[in-house]
Design a protein around this ligand. Structure first.
Ligand code: SF4
Ligand code: SF4
Length: 283
């Protein structure tokens, strides 16, 4: 099985993005974040993405809904059904070629212990991989100033899953950040001033970091501008692609022609996008 054969198969199963990270580029990760903690024989991390339709964000952008369409077609249904099917089909295809593939969702959280290590030296469960680091190591994109992962194809519009495999595949080169130009549109778009660019810190794969703004999560947890507040099943994370900070980035990237997918209708009409404050008042 070659990398090309694998990528062709994954695309046939519905993948819009696929990259391969060599575990050798992940040596600096702590055991709580390291794929080798889950599968010590892994040679590569395969990262699969399916795109979020731009149309799934229209209701949020026009202010005709809170986030219902996005939640279905851009988040949970996309992740739990479509991406899961693509991932499952790819796993089965790989295992039919004699290679194990451990499927993992790209959940937006850091590892949060829920138990105790099963033996000395082992990390406590859950070990949850940081998909942004895996996707950058697989050459797919970078973490932008607003903290969202952006790709040359779709900007912030995709969801990721990962496969840990013992297949010795030719890997992709890590992504060198260059898409986010620190334009600040995301910072200005946040009606709650939750993003603090002046407190930005380097984030990314070691050797390929760029500055990411500090974020006041307690404000995002109350955001009513397209953000989706999840329950414990998704670690109470705030999904932000459809929020004001994510939509501003989509518009900014498209306006300067930085994303490969093109549309005949501009994402933003020039009018101020809908947003509201913590009291739900339109601002
Ligand atoms: S809006 Fe501009 S500064 Fe913010 S993440 Fe996007 S490209 Fe970077
Ligand atoms: S989710 Fe809402 S509050 Fe948080 S940074 Fe984005 S726009 Fe601001």
């Amino acid at each position: 099985m070659t990398s090309k054969e694998l990528k062709d198969a994954a695309k046939k199963f519905g993948a819009d993005l696929i990259g391969i990270a060599a575990v050798g580029n992940l040596n600096d990760l702590c055991k709580e974040d390291n794929p080798l903690s889950i599968f010590p024989q892994a040679a590569n991390v395969i990262v699969i993405g399916r795109k979020i339709p731009r149309g799934a964000l229209r209701g949020c952008e026009q202010g005709t809904e809170l986030n219902n369409t996005f939640t279905n077609f851009g988040f949970m249904s996309l992740e739990d059904n479509l991406l899961a099917k693509t991932t499952y089909d790819t796993v089965i295809w790989m295992e039919s070629h004699g290679f194990e593939a451990v499927p993992l969702f790209g959940y937006d959280c850091t590892g949060q212990p829920v138990g105790v290590p099963v033996s000395p030296g082992k990390p406590a469960p859950n070990v949850i991989l940081q998909y942004r680091l895996m996707a950058q190591a697989a050459g797919l994109g970078e973490t932008a100033l607003n903290g969202l992962f952006i790709t040359p194809e779709f900007g912030p519009r995709q969801r990721f899953a990962m496969l840990l495999t013992d297949a010795g595949l030719e890997s992709d080169r890590p992504f060198v950040p260059h898409l986010c130009n620190d334009c600040g549109q995301c910072i200005r778009a946040c009606p709650l001033q939750a993003l603090e660019a002046e407190k930005a810190v380097p984030f990314g794969l070691k050797g390929f970091e760029r500055n990411v703004a500090a974020r006041r999560n307690e404000l995002c947890l109350r955001c009513r501008n397209g953000a989706v507040q999840t329950n414990e099943g998704r670690f109470n994370a705030v999904e932000r692609v459809a929020a004001a900070c994510g939509r501003a980035c989509i518009a900014a990237l498209e306006e300067r022609g930085a994303t490969l997918e093109k549309f005949s209708t501009p994402f933003r009409s020039g009018t101020k996008q809908w947003s509201c404050n913590l009291l739900g008042e339109r601002i």
